[in-house]
Design a protein. Sequence first.
Length: 73
Amino acid sequence: MTKPTLSYFTDSLVNIIWKYDHDDGKLSNRRVFIDAVQLGYAKDTYCDGMAIDDQGGVWSARWIQSRVTHSEC
């Protein structure tokens, strides 16, 4: 059995980035990775585009706020 990899989904409408285990083409174990409002970001700005760097860091654009944030996995 191989170790599951991680997948992320940006849900702009609720301002959350979800984290999943990804194994054999299936997603499981959905959990909150980033709750932007809970972290203090303005409610009228939104998580948007995202990229993951070669060290596993997650970079997320903030729509309306004109910024990019970085979070560790």
